[in-house]
Ligand binder design. Structure first.
Ligand SMILES: *[C@@H]1O[C@H](CO)[C@@H](O)[C@H](O)[C@H]1NC(C)=O
Ligand SMILES: *[C@@H]1O[C@H](CO)[C@@H](O)[C@H](O)[C@H]1NC(C)=O
Ligand SMILES: *[C@@H]1O[C@H](CO)[C@@H](O)[C@H](O)[C@H]1NC(C)=O
Ligand SMILES: *[C@@H]1O[C@H](CO)[C@@H](O)[C@H](O)[C@H]1NC(C)=O
Ligand SMILES: *[C@@H]1O[C@H](CO)[C@@H](O)[C@H](O)[C@H]1NC(C)=O
Ligand SMILES: *[C@@H]1O[C@H](CO)[C@@H](O)[C@H](O)[C@H]1NC(C)=O
Ligand SMILES: *[C@@H]1O[C@H](CO)[C@@H](O)[C@H](O)[C@H]1NC(C)=O
Ligand SMILES: *[C@@H]1O[C@H](CO)[C@@H](O)[C@H](O)[C@H]1NC(C)=O
Length: 763
């Protein structure tokens, strides 16, 4: 159990006692509050299994602060709800199907019932507790599709529980992305209540969607009432036990007991299915403790047991397992919960977003959870089949928003080249990718970017296809063009693998179109040549390479500088090296990105740029220095992420630093950095392992690679491929030291698969 604001690893024993130590015990190192403050937006509540649909936790109000995952460290709790997103930005999504405990009678259930907490919330894998100032304590446990609440009310007072169907997380940013409640149903029966709420909008601008619920109290209420109201001051209790409509509505349940047990199931299909989910997953006699144990066991088995380390400090172990926890809180496995899908066809929602996760999250997702990953890939293709396009982001069964390119293409390519097969229909997968590459998505007339679709696909496709670059008619023109290049490289990879050689050639050509934005004259800080805005007649626009202007939806570059985006065609690095003026200039350009403060630890577009030193002979040690510099920005505490978790993208970043490799997404290449621990073993499934050891080193003081042995053989390259160490497992034995060995690696540079050949003019 972990206290949020104190030292995160103080073990308390308040209401329930910790279970006896089970076999795999890595969950003891998890701080569920990691990344919940300082803009990390991570969800600390109960997620009973990786990808669980139910994420049960508190919803907190604090002035005009947006509570993206419901939780805020400071402020009043105004409900405990079953659906949340973890580590997202833009605007809060969900925070629906809630209960609020209240001491005594409730005069007006639509008044502000929020209450301060009497201490910091506590949580551990599968368990959460809040204590309110009135002496109410709320303990939570869950299963994938249902939640369990244990309330303790102070003695000598009656207790009430308010179910407000209109409860949904607000946004105060004024960007037009706030959620709205648009109506619901609420019915009370002798042994349960049920109904649904309908909501819309959010960052993905979704239309109305509904979630059904079914609640049971194992402690008999002494009274049950429903209410309806149009304003906070105007709730009326309704004589009928059925209320429905667009007004705010719900129920109030009163109890004479001081201990109240409440169970709630949810479903996207019907109230009946919500009851069924509840009855299958949490029976009347299921104890809270057994659910906590079950959740811990599931996380140990599926996730924490997959990465074992020896010789790590306590702080590093906490960072490792808390990061693994954060990586798998979303997406949500909603297989069987979408009426448009076959019940057995995998369906994952809450993809928030592939723009964030495609660089290093999805590749680690595949390694740690290969079965779920295959389902996830099938689900992306399924979304294309049912909705017309794969998502770049998605929630409440609706695609949106697209920040740059169609990065599902990169994700599918990465999965394809690394051998994800099983039940994936790759012919369909390629058609889904081709839809992104060839079909202009209908414009959803987004006020933030009215030029073209922000819902799905590639809105700026007309320019991309007609000109080979993207003119300023389109918002985010340059950053989109660079991402479209990487997307087309993804199509090339899959086409080549499927034996479609014409398509493979076509998309390889298009993957080089980022070069069309390259203005050799654009210069800053002694560097010339940057990707800049370009008009239809070929004229480049003036551009300060260190500045992205507003850096947002309406600008030429989205959320990062021309300096960073100019290095992002990672499938074409040899060409990039040539364009920037050769090896020395290339190295200096990466250095300057840090020196000029253009590298932002919390922003994904710069992630890979820090390690491109490996593409220059004798410079791998600089990537290692950057890796350590980046590592220092993270710790397992509440403010331990240097930015928004971004659905676990940040957590996967630090995990790769610990492993000592960096994935070149869409390719089989992993750049070699420097592992943190004397020994780290990854379980790859089917009994295969990758064992990474270091000797002679120290994570903080002696981390330079002196030499390396891979699968028992001396290794003189600064990279390995999927086939070398992951496909069948393997070993990597590093010798580390306190000074760089600048003659290592002496061998072949990492591949630059789109750079072609100097002889045929493609380089
Ligand atoms: C609560 O009620 C019990 C018995 O009815 C009584 O002994 C006790 O003093 C009461 N406590 C408070 C705080 O009123
Ligand atoms: C919601 O309630 C209304 C009125 O009781 C009823 O007519 C309607 O069928 C209900 N909707 C659903 C989906 O249960
Ligand atoms: C509420 O509606 C349900 C289904 O429409 C019905 O079975 C039930 O009797 C109603 N309850 C009341 C109190 O009207
Ligand atoms: C996803 O959910 C479905 C339906 O509950 C289940 O069959 C499947 O095993 C789940 N996938 C994983 C990886 O747990
Ligand atoms: C690809 O580009 C090369 C060189 O510009 C050109 O010769 C070739 O025809 C192109 N191939 C396709 C399939 O577009
Ligand atoms: C600019 O780069 C050139 C080599 O490309 C170097 O000779 C010169 O010293 C650099 N000037 C500055 C101010 O860094
Ligand atoms: C290209 O178009 C811009 C804007 O219309 C114009 O100012 C410029 O003169 C044109 N350049 C050429 C070379 O035609
Ligand atoms: C440094 O690297 C070179 C080339 O790989 C190797 O021959 C040499 O043994 C290494 N030095 C140390 C101290 O390991």
């Amino acid at each position: 159990m972990i206290v949020a604001s104190l030292s995160p690893f103080v073990v308390l024993s308040l209401v329930y006692a910790m279970p006896a130590i089970a076999k795999s015990t890595n969950s003891q190192h998890v701080n569920v509050f990691m990344g919940t403050t300082g803009g990390g937006n991570r969800f600390p509540g109960v997620v009973a299994a990786p990808f669980a649909m139910v994420k049960l936790g508190p919803d907190v109000k604090n002035g005009n602060a947006d509570a993206y995952s419901g939780y805020l460290e400071q402020g009043n709790v105004w409900g405990f709800s079953l659906m949340h997103e973890s580590g997202t930005g833009g605007a809060p999504k969900y925070g629906v199907v809630s209960q609020m405990p209240v001491v005594g009678e409730v005069e007006n259930p639509l008044a502000d019932l929020s209450r301060p907490r009497s201490g910091a919330d506590q949580g551990s894998t599968g368990y959460y507790m809040s204590q309110l100032v009135d002496g109410i304590s709320v303990e939570l446990a869950a299963t994938p599709r249902a939640g369990l609440y244990h309330y303790s009310f102070p003695p000598n007072n009656s207790a009430s529980i308010v179910v407000d169907v209109s409860h949904v997380l607000p946004s105060f940013r004024g960007l037009g992305w706030e959620q709205h409640y648009s109506g619901g149903n609420f019915s009370v029966y002798s042994d349960h209540y049920e109904g649904f709420g309908t909501y819309n909008n959010g960052w993905n601008l979704s239309p109305d969607w509904s979630i059904y619920f079914c609640g049971k109290f194992d402690t008999a209420p002494t009274s049950k009432k429903t209410f309806k109201g149009t304003r906070e001051t105007l709730a009326t209790y309704d004589e009928s036990l059925n209320v429905s409509g667009s007004e705010r509505l719900g129920g109030v349940f009163r109890f004479d007991a001081s201990q109240v047990r409440s169970r709630v199931g949810i479903s996207f299909l019907s109230a009946g299915k919500a009851c069924q989910n509840l009855d299958t997953e949490i029976k009347a006699d299921t104890t809270l403790q057994s659910l906590v144990d079950q959740a811990k066991e599931k996380w140990e088995e599926d996730i924490f047991s997959k990465v074992q380390v020896t010789g790590a400090s306590d702080a590093d172990r906490q960072l490792l397992y808390s990061s693994l926890h954060g990586m798998f809180l979303i997406p949500s496995n909603r297989t069987g919960e979408n009426q448009d899908w076959d019940a057995i066809e995998p369906y994952y929602d809450d993809i928030f977003t592939l723009w964030d996760t495609h660089r290093c999250h999805t590749s680690l997702f595949q390694i740690v959870q290969p079965t779920a990953y295959e389902e996830f890939i099938r689900s992306l293709i399924g979304i294309w089949k049912h909705d017309g396009f794969m998502p770049d982001a998605r929630s409440s069964n609706f695609n949106g928003r697209v920040q740059g390119g169609s990065n599902a293409d990169n994700v599918l390519a990465d999965a394809y080249v690394k051998g994800v097969r099983g039940a994936v229909d790759w012919e369909e997968g390629f058609l889904a990718m081709q839809t992104d590459a060839e079909k202009v998505p209908p414009n959803n007339n987004d006020p933030k970017a009215p030029d073209s679709s922000t819902k799905e696909g590639r809105g700026a496709l007309p320019d991309w296809l007609n000109l080979g670059w993207i003119t300023p008619f389109y918002t985010r023109a340059v950053s989109r063009a660079i991402e479209y290049s990487t997307n087309d490289f993804g199509l090339h990879q899959v086409a080549a693998g499927l034996g479609k050689s014409d398509e493979a050639d076509l998309y390889l050509n298009r993957s080089r179109n980022w070069r069309n934005h390259w203005n050799p004259e654009a210069s800053a800080h002694n560097h010339s040549g940057f990707a800049v805005p370009r008009l239809a007649n070929g004229t480049f626009l003036k551009q300060d390479p260190t500045n992205c202007g507003g850096c947002y939806w309406g600008d030429a570059y989205y959320e990062d500088s021309p300096w960073v985006y100019s290095m992002n065609a990672i499938h074409d690095v040899y060409k990039l090296k040539e364009l920037v003026g050769g090896d020395a200039k290339f190295v200096d350009r990466i250095d300057k990105m840090f020196e000029l403060d253009l590298f932002h630890y919390g922003n994904e577009p710069a992630f890979t740029s820090a390690y491109l030193y490996n593409f220059v002979k004798g410079e791998q040690w600089r990537s290692v220095e950057r890796s350590r510099q980046i590592g220092k920005q993270y710790h397992a505490g509440a403010n331990g992420l240097p930015g928004n978790s971004d659905a676990g993208a940040m957590e996967s970043n630090i995990l790769w630093q610990m492993i000592g490799l960096w994935p070149m997404t869409g390719q089989t290449t992993f750049l070699i950095l420097s592992p943190w621990f004397p020994e780290l073993t990854l379980q790859l499934g089917n009994g295969k392992t990758l064992q990474i050891t270091t000797s002679g080193g120290d994570k903080d003081t002696a981390f330079y690679v002196q030499s390396l042995t891979v699968n028992g053989k001396t290794w003189d390259k600064g990279w390995v491929s999927w086939g070398d160490v992951f496909a069948n497992g393997g070993t990597m034995e590093f010798v580390l030291g306190s000074a760089p060995n600048k003659t290592w690696p002496a061998g072949e540079l990492p591949p630059s698969p789109a750079s072609g050949d100097a002889n045929d003019g493609t380089l």
